[in-house]
Structures are given as C-alpha cells and as structure tokens.
Design a protein around this ligand. Structure first.
Ligand SMILES: Cc1cc2nc3c(=O)[nH]c(=O)nc-3n(C[C@H](O)[C@H](O)[C@H](O)COP(=O)(O)OP(=O)(O)OC[C@H]3O[C@@H](n4cnc5c(N)ncnc54)[C@H](O)[C@@H]3O)c2cc1C
Ligand code: SF4
Length: 561
C-alpha cells in the first residue's frame, strides 16, 4: 500500500534516530520517523520509583517467562523485573550464531530505543582513536579527525547536558560540562593515591554522564534515586524520549509512527537513489511503503545493516550500497570485565546518601605516552566505591537482635575497578542474512559471526593487574583481581558493519555518513564506525548524526540530493 512522500525518513527513534528527527525537522524538513516498537508513555511506563514490594515477583523477576522469551536479554546487568519490558522479546526477534561463537545481542524495541535503559556514560574520542587504524596499518583509516567532530560534540553536549570534570587530557578531550558529581570518601582516597603514585601516567576522574546536575533546558536535575534504566520521570538523564523527540515534535514537522518495522529500502535504479522504505505494520502485519527524499538509517548497529542486506537489488546483489563488499563486516564490541576489588581502610564513620547514578572513570593510559610491547590500543576503567553489607545486608545469615544490629551496620569501604577495552576491526567478524529463518514479521534474520581476537584477550588480561596495582597504591587490603569471560555483544557497544572511509572500494559510507553508492542514504548509528576506541560510543554516534544531518540538508539546499 503506497503512502505519502516525506522530505526525510528516519528509521529508528533511539539515541541516533531521535537526533536525526530533531535536526532534520528543525532544519525545516517534513520528517517521518519509522519505529518498529510500541509508543512509550512516561507517566505509565516509567517505573523508577515503584518500590520492590509492589512488584509481583518482589524484584526477583518472572523467571519462567524471562527464560522463555528473554533468554538473551536477561543476561544484561541492567535487566530486572521493572525494566525487562524495555528489552526485546528474543523469541520474536531471533538471530543465529556459530555454535562456538556466542554473541549476546541486547536490544530495545520501542519509541526511545535503548536510550531509556542506557548507562549514560558519555566520552569524546580523540585523535589517538581516529588516527590509530592508519598509524598501525589496521583495517582502513577514518575519513575524519577530531577537529571535524569536535564542534558537533560540543553541540550535542550543550543540548543533552553532560556532567563531568575537565582534566585536560589529550586522549580524553574535555567537553562542555555541567558541574561534576561528587566522589565518595573512598573514591577520593583512591584518586589521591593514583595522582601521587602514577603521576603523569594515570588519573581518576568522576564519570562523565548525560545526567543533569543542575536545571538544564527545561529538565530538572537528578535527585539520585538510582535505577535510571527503569525511566526518569524528571527527565534528568538524556534519552530521546526526554529530549530530542520532544524537540522534534515541537517543530510541528515530525510524524513518529510506532509499530513500523522497516523491512527494506526501495531503490530507484534510474536515479540511483533510495526512494522509500518498505514497512510491515507491527500490529496488523500489513505491508506498507513510505517515500522520502533522503533516508536516515538509525535502527542501531546490526539492525541498520540488516535492513541494507535485506534491500539487495540487481545492481547490489549482496546488499544495498555494498559495492565494496564490506557491508556486514568488521563487527566490534568492547571487551569488558577485567578488574579488581579491595577494602579501602578508614572513613568508617561515613556513609553514602542517596544513589549516585554514576561511577568513576580512569581514562586509557596504555599506549598513550609510551608504546606497550604486548598489545596495541588500550582500555579504561569504570567503577567506584561502596560500603559492604549496607545494600546487600539481606545476604547475611542469622536472626534476633544481634542479626538486626549487624544488618544495619555497614561493612568496610570497598572499591572496584572494571575495565572496558578497545576491540580491533576484523573482517572475519561479520553478519549475514540467515535466509532459513525469519522474525515475527516475516523478515530474514541475521547470522552473527564474532569472536574476540588476541589483542582483546591481552587487554583483558592486563586489566586486573593494573587495577590491583592502583588499589595497592591506595592502601587497600584483601585485593581480589578478577577476569570475566563475557561473550561479544554483552558490553552493548556493538559497532561497525557499514564503516566510514575515504575509498568507496573499501568502505560503505563517506566522511559524512553518506553511502558512497546511494547518495541520499545516510547511516549514522554505530554501524558507521571504522574502529571502536575504548570509551562508551553513543556520544560519538550522536555527534556524527547531527553532523550528517547538517551535511544532508546543506546538500539538499544546494540541489545535490
Ligand atoms: C543497559 C545499557 C547500558 C548502556 N550504557 C551505555 C553507556 O553508558 N554509554 C554509551 O555510550 N552507550 C551505552 N549503551 C549503548 C547505547 O544504548 C547504544 O549505543 C545506543 O542506544 C545506540 O543508539 P541507536 O540509535 O543506534 O540504537 P537504539 O537506541 O537501540 O535505537 C534503535 C531504534 O531502532 C528501532 N528499530 C530497530 N530495527 C528497526 C526496524 N527494522 N524498523 C524500524 N525501527 C527499528 C528500535 O526499535 C529502536 O527504537 C548502553 C546500552 C544498554 C542497553
Ligand atoms: S537517579 Fe537521577 S537520572 Fe536516574 S532516574 Fe533518578 S533522577 Fe533520573
């Protein structure tokens, strides 16, 4: 069933789709947002203040149903009985992997996408990241450098509100920050020890988070209630629902259409442009078509590439805009889970107040000033301090008055460093269509082939040792180093599969996230990434999206599209 023509169609309404909707509509384009999932009403869907005793399973979750329908999603540490509804139904949205290569694909399918559950950690990349592929001869060079994206980081930070502490580090450029959150006493002790004993090499700062520490653009500051993955009725953290989609709607030029599952793009071989989107209505299963002058693919890393793979034409038999043969390749995710925990002595008379929704950050220090012979690139640590047995008192065994006293007495100050390492682009980590199976809407699903390489394993191995060193420097005792064996995907920083690059023969997108082969097609989610850095990626996706919108509208005005 044919439908009307829009100036722009955006597929997806999550972190990147929200930005595309805002930017394109504010620049005057009549914009249609096609979102596969349901609408979200914050008044009824946000549940961050619902107490545990009001939950049917008292916070333990409906384990039978979750195992049945969310076997993958429940592995995410943020998944719980409150916010499980924001994660996809794995039965309706299946994918396959090689038996010996698990990949945990954590997704959200609703208006707002994963911007509702994300951890909000927001860091800029630096030229150390943008130049690494070229200087090490790995994969292909980025077509942009820090100077190209820096103004767009600032533009995005100014809108979303990022709290943080400027540190003047070349490998982790400062942003336009709201006041930083405070560190706890144990964290200050560790920070000071690192500053003294690793001066010039390592540093600990408060996490840079897209959470307001003062009123900002009509949104209220955070009140430290804590479980942000369940929503935020005061709109204190950035999500597309809280920020970009309302701004887009305010233009009067945006139509957000939920339950619109993009099946594939329509390619006009006469103009060599994408002319529209084939959609399956999520509720009626009706096949629809929508026409647009430009298309922004923002359906998330693997979903956008899946749509392109499903859009093969006689000109592009292996997927639309895939003359390079690189579509689907170079899938990355950060390797996470090496670190250490220890007791920090002192400060027994002090406790925490509220639940700060943020931790600390130790920026990358390997291969920054000196070269490490063991591996390339590096990792950063997130983590923080807490008092043992305070929140976890229910785990103690016992009964009677003494038990009650012990329950209400917090244990020692603890501190954990938890590492996130860079993943190298590797052609052999890739996705393809699994033509044998379809999802609940009859659309061919993905087969994902992905495994950690030697460099990722070496980074992971180094994380506990370096974390333990810093804890020891802070006088910690009972230090316990650890390494988790996490499958790719679980870090939820999946990137690549439609990389940016200068050469159409080796990359899918140009320096403006524009398909080399199909000029009115833009892919601005994590699919576009040519490498992964070691910091959380979403701020970079947002900056690239805003930048690409600016370029697309400029090109339209110049009559180039
Ligand atoms: C628990 C958790 C913690 C995280 N913490 C951080 C963090 O601290 N920092 C950070 O940088 N990142 C973090 N992330 C990752 C971050 O959420 C993603 O990088 C980001 O949401 C990606 O934005 P996106 O727009 O590409 O995708 P999403 O936000 O996932 O949005 C994609 C949208 O597209 C829709 N869609 C998919 N397929 C189709 C289709 N065929 N047709 C129509 N619509 C479609 C989906 O329904 C969804 O709404 C976290 C993620 C999770 C789940
Ligand atoms: S901790 Fe802050 S940002 Fe998180 S849900 Fe509560 S008020 Fe919102």
């Amino acid at each position: 069933m044919a439908s009307q023509t829009y100036d722009a169609i955006v597929i997806g309404s999550g972190i990147t789709g929200g930005w595309a909707a805002k930017e394109l509509s504010e620049k005057g384009l009549r914009t249609l947002v096609l979102e596969a999932g349901r609408p979200i009403n914050p008044d009824t869907d946000y549940v961050e203040h619902v107490p545990v005793w009001e939950k049917r399973f008292r916070g333990m979750g409906d384990r039978w149903r979750e195992t049945e329908t969310q076997a993958v999603q429940q592995k995410c540490s943020a998944f719980d009985e409150w916010c499980g509804k924001f994660f996809v139904n794995d039965k309706e949205n299946p994918y396959t992997t090689d038996p010996d290569k698990p990949f945990l694909w954590i997704r959200g399918r609703q208006v707002g996408g994963r911007s509702i559950m994300w951890g909000r950690q927001s860091y800029r990349w630096s030229d150390l990241d943008f130049e690494a592929n070229q200087s090490e001869g790995i994969a292909t060079d980025w077509p942009i450098r820090y100077k190209d994206i820096a103004p767009w980081y600032e533009y995005v930070e100014d809108f979303i509100g990022v709290s943080g502490q400027p540190e003047g580090l070349p490998q982790l450029p400062d942003g336009k920050f709201l006041p930083p959150m405070e560190m706890m006493c144990a964290e200050l002790a560790v920070k000071d020890a690192i500053a003294t004993q690793f001066a010039g090499e390592r540093l600990m700062t408060i996490g840079r988070a897209a959470i307001l520490t003062r009123p900002h653009r009509g949104r209220a500051p955070c009140h430290y209630c804590g479980p942000c993955q369940r929503g935020c009725i005061t709109r204190s953290y950035f999500s597309s629902l809280n920020s970009t989609l309302p701004a887009a709607r305010a233009t009067g030029k945006v139509t957000v259409r939920p339950y619109s599952v993009a099946h594939s793009l329509i390619f006009d071989s006469k103009t060599q442009k994408a002319s529209g989107v084939r959609v399956i209505d999520g509720e009626t299963r009706q096949a629809l078509e929508f026409r647009g002058r430009i298309i922004f693919l923002c359906a998330s890393t693997l979903e956008s590439t899946r749509i392109l793979l499903n859009s093969a034409t006689p000109e592009f038999p292996n997927g639309l805009a895939n003359s390079s043969g690189e579509l689907g390749h170079n899938l990355m995710d950060h390797t996470m889970g090496g670190g250490a925990t220890g007791h920090i002595p002192g400060n027994e008379d002090r406790i925490t107040l509220g639940h700060r929704p943020n931790g600390i950050y130790v920026p990358r220090f390997r291969n920054v000033k000196t070269k490490d012979a063991r591996f390339v690139r590096g990792y950063g640590y997130q983590g923080g301090g807490w008092r043992q047995n305070w929140e976890h008192g229910a785990d103690l065994a016992g009964f009677g008055a003494d038990f009650k006293r012990r329950l209400s007495r917090p244990g020692p100050w603890m501190f954990t460093f938890y590492g996130f390492g860079e993943c190298l682009p590797n052609h052999n980590n890739y996705i393809e269509l699994d033509q044998a199976r379809v999802d609940a809407w009859g659309i061919p699903i993905l087969k994902i082939h992905c495994a950690w390489g030697d460099n990722e394993r070496l980074l992971l191995k180094d994380m506990p040792a370096a974390a333990a060193e810093m804890l020891a420097a802070a006088g910690a005792h009972d230090i316990e180093p650890f390494i988790e064996d996490n499958a790719p995907g679980l870090t939820i920083h999946e990137m690549g599969t439609a990389r940016m690059g200068r050469d159409p023969k080796t990359s899918v997108l140009n320096e403006h996230n524009q398909a080399h082969d199909v000029k009115n097609l833009f892919v601005t989610d994590g699919s576009c990434m040519a490498s992964s850095a070691c910091v959380n990626p979403s701020l970079t996706y947002m900056a690239l999206t805003a930048r690409a919108c600016d370029h697309a509208v400029g090109s339209m005005k110049r009559g180039e599209l």
